[in-house]
Design a protein around this ligand. Sequence first.
Ligand code: HEC
Length: 95
Amino acid sequence: MIVLAVPSAFAAGDPEAGAQINAQCQGCHGIIDFKAAYPKVYSVPKIGGQNYDYIVLALKAYRDGDRTNETMHAIASSLSDQDIDDLAAYYSPTD
Ligand code: HEC
């Protein structure tokens, strides 16, 4: 049993852990301008500032195949529920 001490605004996610995982996301979801630069510049949806629950639902939908996008399915498949909560905590607004 792991007891997590987290701010009440975040049900289960740890934004600092999310920041670590985000290393694999920022190449596409660049925090500053939200565009991927490789292999060409193309728009990737903005996720910084998205609602916590929205990010959790979107990632689980990609992982479980309810939302189809090959790229995000491949990425979400490697994420645990805790990883997803951490990422949501990292991306969602803090207030
Ligand atoms: C190779 C590029 C790439 C990487 C790496 C990547 N994404 Fe994505 N992501 C995309 C694209 C493209 C979409 C839009 C897919 C679609 O149309 O459904 C997307 C969609 C999303 C969405 C849904 C956004 C919305 O507005 O509905 C979320 C949430 C998301 N990504 C989170 C992440 C997280 C968290 C990571 C790292 C663990 C990550 N992505 C890594 C390319 C990427």
